[in-house]
Design a protein around this ligand. Structure first.
Ligand code: FES
Length: 354
């Protein structure tokens, strides 16, 4: 075990622990931008710097990459640390289009929060900002290079967590940009539009197109639920504004750990309030060929009588029940029970193949 102090608090942690992890263990928050828990640190943003003194020597280093040493005295908010973080933010702002009023991420931006906390309103650097075009080629989200701080959270999420490796840093220096391939727009690469990169983005650089419909402070409530698309059971948070679902975010569930696929993120809620959604049973009028509204009793009686007719004429084995993977275990149990007990058949299965 290694013994150190963080802001004067004695901490004991295992060898190999980073300062950031040790601070978390001691209940001390160190600001981060590029860090993603569970991944090897990227160490690119330098927001997490701390001052470490050991054996009379003192240095400023990044808490997410630096491992603890016996006798370290760590300061997370010393004058030098605050000065260093301010300089980092100043540099980030020097190439960040500060049009917060019209930015979709206004009120939900880590960079904005940190600038507010450290008292930065604008950059002290002069000169032109990079002006690269916005990439709107993806159907579900946009990428605005003028808001990108090149923290690589999107790239690391896509490569290390999702395993798709569809994006990377293109070009060099001031022309650096996140993209699918040199000279290509996002939609021309191998991106599957899952949007996990968007969720990882700490600014408005990557933004779901539907974010134009709401501001973070307009959200009435967040409802934790299970994705209705397949049997994986991903946990998601439905974002509700004025009683309507306006967005979805991946939540930390045992089978998805914050990730969602394109169906879960972008195809799982629009139908709820869609004007063509079927909201009551329909029975086809044989004379007109049109479907007509019916009550549940009428619809269920019709279905039951048809099943009975088939069973009487051809036997129970002429019937089968195939449960949908989106159903709950309880519903699936009831279906097989009906097939076995009412149909008198063992022809029952479920499409939970994922
Ligand atoms: Fe440590 Fe970015 S969080 S360098």
């Amino acid at each position: 075990m290694i013994h150190l102090t963080i802001d004067g608090i004695p901490v004991e942690v295992e060898k190999g622990t980073t300062i950031l992890q040790a601070a978390k263990q001691a209940g001390i928050t160190i600001p981060t931008l590029c860090y993603i828990e569970d991944l090897l640190p990227d160490g690119s943003c330098r927001m997490c710097v701390v001052e470490v003194t050991n054996n009379g020597r003192s240095k400023i280093d990044t808490a997410c990459t630096l491992q603890v040493s016996e006798g370290d005295e760590v300061q997370t908010m010393s004058e030098k640390v605050i000065d260093s973080r301010k300089k980092t933010l100043d540099l980030l702002l020097s190439d960040h289009n500060v049009h917060c009023f019209s930015c979709e991420a206004n009120g939900d931006c880590k960079l904005q929060d940190l600038c507010f906390e450290y008292g930065l309103e604008e950059t002290s650097y002069e000169g032109e900002m990079t002006s690269l075009p916005k990439d709107e080629s993806n159907k579900f989200f946009s990428y605005d290079p003028s808001l990108c701080i090149l923290c690589h959270r999107c790239v690391n999420t896509c490569t290390e967590i999702v395993g798709r490796a569809a994006i990377d840093t293109m070009e060099r220096g001031f022309q650096s940009v996140i993209g699918a391939a040199p000279e290509k727009v996002w939609a021309e690469g191998t991106c599957e539009s899952c949007g996990n990169c968007v969720q990882a983005c700490p600014t408005g650089a990557l933004s779901m197109k539907r974010r134009k419909k709401y501001r973070a402070y307009q959200v009435d409530k967040v409802v934790r639920t299970t994705c209705p698309h397949c049997a994986t059971g991903c946990q998601m948070d439905l974002i509700v504004k004025d009683g309507k679902i306006v967005d979805v975010k991946g939540a930390d569930g045992p089978s998805n750990r914050g990730l969602l696929c394109v169906k879960g993120r972008s195809g799982s809620f629009d139908f709820v309030d869609h004007k063509t959604r079927i909201r009551h049973p329909l029975i086809k009028n044989k004379e007109t060929g049109e479907f007509e509204q019916a009550t549940w009793d009428e619809a269920l009686d019709l279905v039951a009588s048809k099943f009975s007719e088939i069973k009487t004429n051809y036997g129970g084995d002429a019937l089968a029940g195939f449960a949908c993977s989106r159903s709950t275990n309880e519903d699936i149990y009831m279906l097989q029970k009906m097939v076995r007990a009412a149909f008198g058949s063992n022809n029952t299965d479920n499409c939970a193949r994922v």
